[in-house]
Design a protein around this ligand. Structure first.
Ligand code: SF4
Ligand code: SF4
Ligand code: FES
Length: 258
Protein backbone atom coordinates (compact mmCIF):
# COMPACT_ATOMS: atom_id res chain seq x y z
CA UNK A 1 0.00 0.00 0.00
CA UNK A 2 1.30 3.47 -0.82
CA UNK A 3 2.38 5.76 2.01
CA UNK A 4 1.36 9.39 2.22
CA UNK A 5 2.65 12.53 3.89
CA UNK A 6 1.36 16.07 4.28
CA UNK A 7 3.02 19.29 3.16
CA UNK A 8 1.69 22.05 5.42
CA UNK A 9 2.55 25.33 3.73
CA UNK A 10 2.37 28.83 5.20
CA UNK A 11 1.32 30.72 2.11
CA UNK A 12 -0.21 33.94 0.89
CA UNK A 13 0.90 37.55 0.77
CA UNK A 14 1.75 40.12 3.44
CA UNK A 15 -1.29 40.69 5.65
CA UNK A 16 -3.00 37.53 4.40
CA UNK A 17 -0.96 34.44 5.23
CA UNK A 18 -2.57 31.12 6.07
CA UNK A 19 -1.64 27.44 6.40
CA UNK A 20 -2.74 25.12 3.63
CA UNK A 21 -2.18 21.35 3.54
CA UNK A 22 -1.54 19.04 0.61
CA UNK A 23 -1.44 15.25 0.90
CA UNK A 24 1.13 13.56 -1.32
CA UNK A 25 2.19 10.03 -2.07
CA UNK A 26 5.66 9.17 -0.79
CA UNK A 27 8.06 8.24 -3.57
CA UNK A 28 11.70 7.16 -3.13
CA UNK A 29 14.22 9.99 -3.47
CA UNK A 30 11.62 12.79 -3.27
CA UNK A 31 12.78 16.12 -1.93
CA UNK A 32 10.90 19.31 -1.10
CA UNK A 33 11.26 20.71 -4.64
CA UNK A 34 9.88 17.56 -6.28
CA UNK A 35 7.03 17.58 -3.74
CA UNK A 36 6.24 21.22 -4.57
CA UNK A 37 6.28 20.32 -8.28
CA UNK A 38 3.66 17.64 -7.58
CA UNK A 39 1.52 20.27 -5.84
CA UNK A 40 1.99 22.61 -8.79
CA UNK A 41 0.85 19.91 -11.26
CA UNK A 42 -2.24 19.16 -9.23
CA UNK A 43 -3.00 21.95 -6.75
CA UNK A 44 -5.77 20.23 -4.80
CA UNK A 45 -5.61 20.85 -1.05
CA UNK A 46 -6.43 18.43 1.78
CA UNK A 47 -10.09 19.52 1.68
CA UNK A 48 -10.32 18.57 -2.01
CA UNK A 49 -10.41 22.19 -3.25
CA UNK A 50 -8.52 23.30 -6.36
CA UNK A 51 -6.37 26.26 -5.27
CA UNK A 52 -3.81 28.56 -6.87
CA UNK A 53 -0.48 26.71 -7.25
CA UNK A 54 2.11 27.42 -4.55
CA UNK A 55 5.08 29.52 -5.71
CA UNK A 56 8.72 29.18 -4.65
CA UNK A 57 12.19 29.88 -6.06
CA UNK A 58 14.65 27.36 -7.42
CA UNK A 59 17.68 27.31 -9.66
CA UNK A 60 20.58 24.85 -9.62
CA UNK A 61 18.86 22.01 -7.69
CA UNK A 62 22.23 21.04 -6.20
CA UNK A 63 22.72 23.46 -3.29
CA UNK A 64 24.91 25.90 -5.16
CA UNK A 65 22.73 28.88 -6.14
CA UNK A 66 21.05 29.53 -2.78
CA UNK A 67 17.69 30.44 -4.32
CA UNK A 68 15.45 27.75 -2.79
CA UNK A 69 15.87 28.90 0.83
CA UNK A 70 12.85 28.46 3.07
CA UNK A 71 11.92 27.33 6.59
CA UNK A 72 11.50 23.56 6.53
CA UNK A 73 10.09 22.25 9.80
CA UNK A 74 11.09 25.62 11.20
CA UNK A 75 14.74 25.44 10.14
CA UNK A 76 16.27 27.69 7.46
CA UNK A 77 17.66 25.46 4.71
CA UNK A 78 17.68 24.64 1.01
CA UNK A 79 14.61 22.86 -0.33
CA UNK A 80 16.51 21.07 -3.10
CA UNK A 81 18.56 18.98 -0.67
CA UNK A 82 15.81 18.39 1.90
CA UNK A 83 14.79 14.77 1.38
CA UNK A 84 11.24 13.81 2.36
CA UNK A 85 12.26 10.46 3.90
CA UNK A 86 14.97 12.05 6.04
CA UNK A 87 12.63 14.83 7.24
CA UNK A 88 9.96 12.33 8.28
CA UNK A 89 12.53 10.16 10.04
CA UNK A 90 14.07 13.14 11.82
CA UNK A 91 10.80 14.61 13.14
CA UNK A 92 8.90 11.35 13.60
CA UNK A 93 5.90 12.99 11.92
CA UNK A 94 4.57 12.69 8.40
CA UNK A 95 3.58 16.37 8.38
CA UNK A 96 6.30 18.65 6.96
CA UNK A 97 5.91 22.38 7.41
CA UNK A 98 7.17 24.90 4.85
CA UNK A 99 7.23 28.65 5.42
CA UNK A 100 8.91 31.64 3.82
CA UNK A 101 11.82 33.36 5.56
CA UNK A 102 10.58 35.77 8.21
CA UNK A 103 13.44 38.32 8.17
CA UNK A 104 12.95 39.44 4.55
CA UNK A 105 9.98 41.11 2.81
CA UNK A 106 7.44 38.56 1.64
CA UNK A 107 6.63 38.48 -2.07
CA UNK A 108 4.23 35.54 -2.15
CA UNK A 109 3.93 32.04 -0.64
CA UNK A 110 7.51 30.80 -0.17
CA UNK A 111 9.24 33.65 -2.03
CA UNK A 112 10.87 36.52 -0.17
CA UNK A 113 12.93 39.44 -1.40
CA UNK A 114 16.48 38.79 -0.17
CA UNK A 115 18.04 41.68 -2.06
CA UNK A 116 19.10 43.29 1.27
CA UNK A 117 21.86 40.69 1.45
CA UNK A 118 23.10 41.66 -2.03
CA UNK A 119 22.97 45.36 -1.09
CA UNK A 120 25.01 44.58 2.03
CA UNK A 121 27.59 42.72 -0.09
CA UNK A 122 27.90 45.90 -2.19
CA UNK A 123 28.44 47.95 0.98
CA UNK A 124 31.45 45.86 1.97
CA UNK A 125 32.75 45.81 -1.64
CA UNK A 126 32.67 42.03 -1.94
CA UNK A 127 34.83 41.90 -5.04
CA UNK A 128 38.40 42.31 -6.24
CA UNK A 129 39.13 45.53 -8.09
CA UNK A 130 40.58 45.33 -11.58
CA UNK A 131 42.13 48.39 -13.16
CA UNK A 132 41.46 47.36 -16.77
CA UNK A 133 40.89 44.41 -19.09
CA UNK A 134 44.49 44.33 -20.39
CA UNK A 135 46.70 41.32 -19.70
CA UNK A 136 48.84 42.28 -16.75
CA UNK A 137 50.64 38.96 -16.25
CA UNK A 138 50.28 36.53 -13.40
CA UNK A 139 48.51 37.67 -10.26
CA UNK A 140 50.23 37.59 -6.88
CA UNK A 141 51.01 34.16 -5.46
CA UNK A 142 48.63 32.80 -2.84
CA UNK A 143 49.93 30.22 -0.38
CA UNK A 144 48.24 26.82 -0.13
CA UNK A 145 47.06 27.60 3.41
CA UNK A 146 45.44 30.86 2.30
CA UNK A 147 43.87 29.17 -0.74
CA UNK A 148 42.28 26.56 1.50
CA UNK A 149 41.06 29.19 3.92
CA UNK A 150 39.63 31.32 1.10
CA UNK A 151 38.04 28.40 -0.75
CA UNK A 152 35.61 27.54 2.03
CA UNK A 153 34.65 31.22 2.45
CA UNK A 154 34.09 31.51 -1.31
CA UNK A 155 31.43 28.76 -1.28
CA UNK A 156 28.91 31.19 0.24
CA UNK A 157 25.85 31.17 -2.04
CA UNK A 158 24.02 34.15 -0.47
CA UNK A 159 21.19 31.87 0.62
CA UNK A 160 20.59 34.00 3.75
CA UNK A 161 19.97 31.00 6.04
CA UNK A 162 22.49 32.54 8.45
CA UNK A 163 20.65 35.89 8.60
CA UNK A 164 17.31 34.15 9.05
CA UNK A 165 18.65 32.25 12.08
CA UNK A 166 20.44 35.23 13.64
CA UNK A 167 18.62 36.88 16.56
CA UNK A 168 20.49 40.14 15.89
CA UNK A 169 18.98 40.41 12.40
CA UNK A 170 15.54 41.85 13.02
CA UNK A 171 13.28 44.77 12.10
CA UNK A 172 14.77 47.00 14.79
CA UNK A 173 18.43 46.38 14.02
CA UNK A 174 20.68 47.43 11.16
CA UNK A 175 22.99 44.44 11.67
CA UNK A 176 24.56 43.52 8.35
CA UNK A 177 24.55 39.80 9.27
CA UNK A 178 27.22 37.11 9.20
CA UNK A 179 27.51 36.40 5.44
CA UNK A 180 28.74 39.89 4.38
CA UNK A 181 31.16 39.92 7.33
CA UNK A 182 32.56 36.56 6.23
CA UNK A 183 32.84 37.84 2.65
CA UNK A 184 34.75 40.89 3.89
CA UNK A 185 37.20 38.42 5.46
CA UNK A 186 37.49 36.55 2.14
CA UNK A 187 38.30 39.68 0.12
CA UNK A 188 40.55 41.13 2.83
CA UNK A 189 42.56 37.88 2.73
CA UNK A 190 43.13 37.99 -1.03
CA UNK A 191 46.47 39.71 -1.90
CA UNK A 192 44.80 42.06 -4.39
CA UNK A 193 41.47 42.32 -2.58
CA UNK A 194 43.18 43.49 0.59
CA UNK A 195 43.92 46.87 -1.02
CA UNK A 196 40.30 47.72 -0.17
CA UNK A 197 40.52 46.25 3.35
CA UNK A 198 40.53 49.63 5.14
CA UNK A 199 37.28 50.60 3.37
CA UNK A 200 35.64 47.27 4.19
CA UNK A 201 36.78 47.49 7.79
CA UNK A 202 35.48 51.04 8.14
CA UNK A 203 32.10 49.97 6.77
CA UNK A 204 32.00 47.27 9.44
CA UNK A 205 32.73 49.90 12.11
CA UNK A 206 29.50 51.75 11.40
CA UNK A 207 26.08 51.08 12.94
CA UNK A 208 25.04 47.54 12.01
CA UNK A 209 28.67 46.42 11.77
CA UNK A 210 30.56 43.54 13.32
CA UNK A 211 30.21 44.73 16.92
CA UNK A 212 26.47 44.03 16.77
CA UNK A 213 27.00 40.26 16.61
CA UNK A 214 25.69 38.84 19.89
CA UNK A 215 27.69 35.60 19.50
CA UNK A 216 24.58 33.39 19.63
CA UNK A 217 26.28 31.10 17.04
CA UNK A 218 23.01 30.11 15.32
CA UNK A 219 24.47 31.16 11.97
CA UNK A 220 27.28 28.62 11.95
CA UNK A 221 24.87 25.83 12.82
CA UNK A 222 22.54 26.45 9.87
CA UNK A 223 25.01 27.37 7.11
CA UNK A 224 24.52 24.68 4.42
CA UNK A 225 28.10 25.22 3.20
CA UNK A 226 29.59 24.82 6.69
CA UNK A 227 31.38 28.15 6.47
CA UNK A 228 33.18 28.90 9.75
CA UNK A 229 31.09 32.03 10.35
CA UNK A 230 31.93 32.51 14.03
CA UNK A 231 35.64 32.32 13.15
CA UNK A 232 35.05 34.95 10.42
CA UNK A 233 33.21 37.17 12.91
CA UNK A 234 36.12 36.91 15.37
CA UNK A 235 38.74 37.59 12.64
CA UNK A 236 36.83 40.60 11.34
CA UNK A 237 36.21 41.87 14.87
CA UNK A 238 40.00 41.99 15.34
CA UNK A 239 40.65 43.57 11.92
CA UNK A 240 38.04 46.25 12.56
CA UNK A 241 39.48 47.09 16.01
CA UNK A 242 42.98 47.28 14.51
CA UNK A 243 41.65 49.59 11.80
CA UNK A 244 39.97 51.86 14.34
CA UNK A 245 43.25 52.08 16.27
CA UNK A 246 45.23 52.87 13.08
CA UNK A 247 42.71 55.53 12.05
CA UNK A 248 43.11 57.31 15.38
CA UNK A 249 46.88 57.59 14.91
CA UNK A 250 47.05 58.38 11.20
CA UNK A 251 45.46 60.94 8.91
CA UNK A 252 42.87 59.43 6.51
CA UNK A 253 45.12 59.90 3.45
CA UNK A 254 47.98 57.96 5.00
CA UNK A 255 46.01 54.77 5.21
CA UNK A 256 47.82 51.52 5.42
CA UNK A 257 46.54 48.06 4.44
CA UNK A 258 45.68 45.43 7.05
S1 SF4 B 1 27.09 34.56 16.04
FE1 SF4 B 1 26.54 36.66 15.56
S2 SF4 B 1 26.01 36.59 13.41
FE2 SF4 B 1 25.94 34.47 14.15
S3 SF4 B 1 23.81 34.12 14.76
FE3 SF4 B 1 24.92 34.83 16.52
S4 SF4 B 1 24.59 37.02 16.59
FE4 SF4 B 1 24.08 36.33 14.53
S1 SF4 C 1 27.28 32.12 4.97
FE1 SF4 C 1 26.28 30.15 4.65
S2 SF4 C 1 24.18 30.45 5.37
FE2 SF4 C 1 25.07 32.47 5.08
S3 SF4 C 1 24.51 33.11 3.03
FE3 SF4 C 1 26.52 32.11 2.87
S4 SF4 C 1 26.08 29.97 2.44
FE4 SF4 C 1 24.18 30.87 3.16
S1 FES D 1 17.98 25.25 -6.18
FE1 FES D 1 19.99 26.12 -5.99
S2 FES D 1 20.42 25.81 -3.89
FE2 FES D 1 18.50 24.80 -4.12
Amino acid sequence: MSEHYTLKIYRGVKGHQYWEEFVLEKKPGDNIISALMEVQKNPINKDGERVTPVVWEQGCLEEVCGSCSMLINGRPRQACTALIDALIKQSGSNVITLAPFSKFPLIRDLITDRSKLLEDLKKIQAWIEQDGSFISGFGPKVSQTKQEQMYVLSTCMSCACCSESCPQVNEKSKFIGPAPISQARLFNTHPTGKMKAPERNRELMTEGGVSECGNAQNCVQVCPKKIPLTESLAVMGKQVSKQAFKDIFSSPDQEDDT
